[in-house]
Design a protein around this ligand. Structure first.
Ligand code: IVH
Length: 650
């Protein structure tokens, strides 16, 4: 199967799963497809396209997913990192079962239930107001509530109800049944489904801790999972995890792990989120199945950004009903840490939606003279020097512009569904055009028509007038592209779809983005980039390095000369701070990060310097030169309290 075929297959199964709630393959089989894609270096966006038959609802705050942890060390690492970030020695962690259903948000105005939505793509969900309203025990009215309150939770179906329901249906599992029940156009159908739910978060309340939130939700009449525990140490977290793991068959509903959350809600805004997941919570997944097999060989794959990824080729084995023949080895550090060697007998695990990974090595069965695995010293594909970046575990091939594997992977990514979606340029064709010298770098795709005037492509097997015309049509029809897709097509390290969206939203126009990226050696541009929520130093450095290379800059200039890159329409938000550029100065009552996170969550752009584009300057104690500049430019100046009331009233 080619990368494109694999991608299409995954998209097909995504459609069946997310939109039709009628998967044709098991979760396990789907995992294997996803694993293959990851092994091939494809980044598959997991999540759902919105079903256009439902109304579209903008979430007041994105509905994120959670980072995953699989073992004790992952949890230790998470807690240590949070303590370090917060500079504290003690933490209180709320532990809650991660119920395997469908997440929803429900909005109340002045105590009346007015809207509910699915998670959708995280920013927008599908309108399921009437369907949620049919769930038994779902409060329609909350007494004594003023203003807006939003409740988030998980809708699910109990295992016994699922079995009964499936006597006349063929849902794959309770989660699909829940999704199928909730995403019905006719709420009367939903009303007859045995849907249940647990509420787990509250937006717009005054609670200070997650514990208080859960109690308040209970007090308001929502169903809240009674299994929860406030842990004060990693040991206590693991105790709760093991307790639920051991009794999960008695719970009556599917639980696929434990969610650990910082109990103190102040810490949520202090820690913030990446563009996918909050930094204040993590999901500790339950292992699903184990198997023991032989690791035949360690293969090294070169990805589109040059990262060398080791993959374990296994003697095929059945793990929980699925044949596994490959496992991820993540990186060299992982091989070293677990002392994994070729020929070893290893324990592999599969859990939920996770790529199989190696849990441990059976060292007793190892031959005494088995050599340690030596990571190649040059790129196995092109022989270039390999480099290790300080502070990163990844090892990369340095031949960015000479490594055939890297160039071809970049080209494949560029034409893929996630980027330019050029039909007719599948992996095989990219390799073919590269080998015959017609497409050796990205802009060549758009000069193909010109080159073909002097090249007899029809002399090659499989190419005729019609297929050539189709291909050129397809290329020409893709010359207009949105800025976020364009950015994510470039294979800049750490810039996949999510990050590209953040950049596009911030810089709006291609020229604006390019100009700013060309100046990343200047403090101002660099700190503006870093001020975007979800952009960290590694990402910023990666972009700087991309733009500091003249070959990339030339390629980019050449490429854009063929394209029409559409700016981002940021005018969709509706708070008083929506789309406004805001700058902070002086000592604020909140921490600067907290204030910035708040402003961004209201749709504002936070900038580090005052310019004529600035809409508001928020001043704390002892403001400095920014204040003076803002006065000179006539920019609206707010005291911190005023900003808060602006936020509250919007
Ligand atoms: S907290 C920012 N708590 O797990 C996300 N999520 O990957 C905060 N889930 O589909 C989510 N039980 O709906 C949270 N007790 C719980 C949960 C829970 C299930 C689901 C959630 C989402 C997924 C997160």
């Amino acid at each position: 199967m080619t990368n494109q075929e694999l991608r299409q297959k995954i998209e097909y199964h995504n459609l069946l799963y997310y939109q039709k709630n009628k998967p044709e393959i098991t979760d396990a089989e789907y995992d294997i497809l996803k694993q293959k894609a990851v092994e091939l270096g494809e980044e598959i966006e997991v999540g759902s396209e919105l079903d256009s038959r439902f109304g579209k609802v903008k979430h007041s705050e994105p509905m994120l997913s959670l980072g995953n942890a699989y073992n004790e060390q992952d949890i230790e690492k998470f807690i240590t990192k949070v303590k370090k970030l917060l500079n504290v020695s003690k933490l209180e962690i709320m532990c809650e079962p991660k119920v395997d259903g469908l997440s929803f948000s429900a909005v109340y105005e002045d105590g009346r239930f007015i809207k509910a939505a699915t998670r959708g793509d995280g920013d927008y969900g599908e309108d399921i107001t009437k369907n949620i309203a049919t769930i038994k025990d779902f409060p329609q009215v909350l007494s004594g509530i003023k203003d807006r309150l939003e409740v988030r939770g998980e809708a699910y179906i109990r295992n016994d109800d699922f079995l009964k329901l499936n006597e006349n249906n063929d849902f794959a599992n309770p989660r699909n049944a829940a999704a199928g029940s909730l995403r019905q156009l006719d709420p009367n159908i939903t009303a007859n489904m045995p849907l249940k739910y647990f509420a787990y978060s509250l937006l717009g309340g005054e609670e200070k801790t997650q514990d208080e939130v859960l109690n308040r939700l209970e007090g308001l009449g929502f169903c809240v999972n009674k299994h929860r525990f406030l842990a004060k140490s990693v040991d206590e977290m693991l105790q709760f995890y093991n307790g639920i793991y051991n009794c999960r068959c008695n719970l009556g509903f599917d639980v696929d792990g434990i969610v650990y959350k910082m109990n103190d809600l102040k810490l949520h805004s202090k820690l913030g989120s990446t563009n996918r997941a909050p930094k204040w919570a993590i999901a500790h997944k339950f292992p699903a199945a184990y198997g023991k097999t032989k690791l035949e060989k360690i293969l090294i794959q070169v990805g589109r950004t040059g990262v060398l990824t080791p993959i374990a080729k296994l003697t095929p084995i059945n793990v929980g009903g699925v044949i596994i023949s490959r496992a991820s080895l993540h990186n060299y550090e992982e091989i070293k840490r677990k002392d994994i060697r070729e020929g070893d007998i290893v324990v592999v695990a599969r859990a939920g939606d996770v790529i199989p990974h190696i849990v441990e090595v059976d060292k007793d069965s190892r031959l005494p003279n088995a050599p340690k695995f030596i990571f190649p010293e040059v790129c196995p594909e092109c022989g270039s020097r390999i480099e290790k970046v300080d502070g990163e575990t990844a090892i990369r091939c340095s031949g960015e512009f000479t490594c055939k594997a890297q160039i071809i992977e970049k080209l494949k990514h560029f034409v893929s569904q996630e980027a330019f979606a050029i039909i007719g340029l599948a992996d095989k064709q990219i390799e073919f055009f590269y080998d015959i010298g017609l497409i050796q770098q990205i802009p060549d795709i758009f000069t193909l028509e010109e080159k073909l005037k002097e090249f007899d492509l029809e002399a090659y097997n499989g190419w005729g007038k019609q297929s050539i015309a189709n291909l050129l049509n397809s290329i020409n029809s893709r010359k207009t592209i949105s800025l976020d897709r364009f950015i994510s097509s470039l294979s800049i390290r750490f810039i996949a779809q999510g990050t590209a969206k953040l950049l596009a939203k911030h810089y709006v126009f291609f020229e604006n983005w390019q100009n700013s990226m060309m100046k990343l050696q200047c403090y101002e541009s660099f700190s503006e980039l870093m001020s975007i929520d979800g952009i960290g130093e590694k990402t910023a450095e990666s972009i700087r390095s991309f733009f500091s290379n003249q070959q990339n800059v030339n390629m980019l200039n050449n490429l854009v000369s063929h394209l029409n890159i559409l700016p981002v329409d940021n005018n969709k938000r509706s708070s008083a701070l929506s789309g406004k550029i805001i700058v902070f100065t002086g000592t604020l009552k909140m921490s600067r990060d907290e204030a910035s996170n708040k402003a961004r969550s209201m749709g504002a752009q936070v900038s580090s310097s005052v310019s004529s584009k600035t809409h508001f300057l928020v001043v704390g104690q002892n403001p400095g030169s920014k204040h003076k500049k803002a006065v000179e430019l006539g920019i609206k100046i707010l005291r911190e309290e005023e900003r808060l009331s602006l936020v509250a009233n919007s």
